[in-house]
Design a protein around this ligand. Structure first.
Ligand code: AP5
Ligand code: ZN
Length: 214
């Protein structure tokens, strides 16, 4: 099954992706995670991406499309995948259509997580992430059992450098200007499904699973 998660920054795409890839046994492809790994490894793509990400701006399309094209060619993607955070522009969406067509496949489900803008700032500035496994927590909405420590593996939690008020504001503007218009693109293809991302994390997961099993 080829799945795409859409939704503004902080809508819960990463949180839900962790549940859904386990449930369906498919790889999670997050361009944000791929860039953060490249930054950690100090690769040329990482160096290029960092300045955009820190400012809350989108990384240029050519860099981003290249990463996804390479990833989708890996053998573990042949039985399906979950895309999170890509595409984010019309050119990326068109490039994705071409890549999938060359592999004789297409997207099967596009899930949009709806969350009111007023909640997104609080979700992102309170987010904390495990340095070991990448699990996402929230200081108030989804706290770990022990402050600052991952429930799953005892890893220390950290705050993403772009989860400050200024960068989040820019990310939300980038979403409104460049990514939200894509919802029409997928609606016109009859693929778009809406999910209320403001419910409890477990209820959102259950709704997505039921849509996908539909
Ligand atoms: P990326 O890493 O993709 O970040 P994002 O889209 O800004 O999304 P987030 O990871 O911030 O949010 P999320 O929806 O995954 O929320 P989460 O589940 O963590 O991109 C980062 C940057 O990389 C971009 O700004 C850009 O520079 C670059 N980039 C990436 N892809 C690109 C592309 N295609 N083109 C160009 N540039 C690209 O949840 C958020 C918080 O809320 C957590 O604390 C969580 O615990 C909490 N939470 C989740 N669900 C709930 C719930 N139901 N109730 C209460 N709290 C909840
Ligand atoms: Zn962890």
């Amino acid at each position: 099954m080829n799945i795409l998660f859409m939704g503004p920054p902080g809508a819960g795409k990463g949180t839900q992706a962790a549940v859904i890839v386990k449930e369906f046994g498919i790889p999670h492809i997050s361009t944000g995670d791929a860039f953060r790994l490249a930054i950690k490894q100090g690769t040329p793509i990482g160096l290029q991406a960092k300045s955009y990400m820190d400012q809350g701006l989108l990384v240029p399309d050519d860099v981003t499309i290249g990463i996804v094209e390479e990833r989708l060619q890996q053998p573990d993607c042949q039985q399906g995948f979950l895309l999170d955070g890509f595409p984010r522009t019309l050119s990326q969406a068109e490039a994705l259509e071409g890549i999938l067509a060359r592999h004789n496949t297409s997207l099967h489900h596009v899930i949009n997580l709806n969350v009111d803008r007023s909640l997104l700032m609080a979700r992102l500035t309170g987010r904390r992430i495990c340095t070991v496994c990448g699990a996402s927590y929230h200081l108030i909405f989804n706290p770990p059992a022990q402050p600052g420590i991952c429930d799953l593996d005892g890893g220390a939690l950290y705050q993403r450098p772009d989860d400050n008020e200024e960068s989040v504001g820019k990310r939300l503007d980038e979403y409104d200007n460049k990514t939200a218009p894509l919802l029409h693109f997928y609606e016109n293809k009859g693929l778009l499904r809406q999910v209320n991302g403001e419910d409890e994390i477990e209820s959102v997961s259950a709704e997505i699973v039921s849509l996908l099993r539909g």
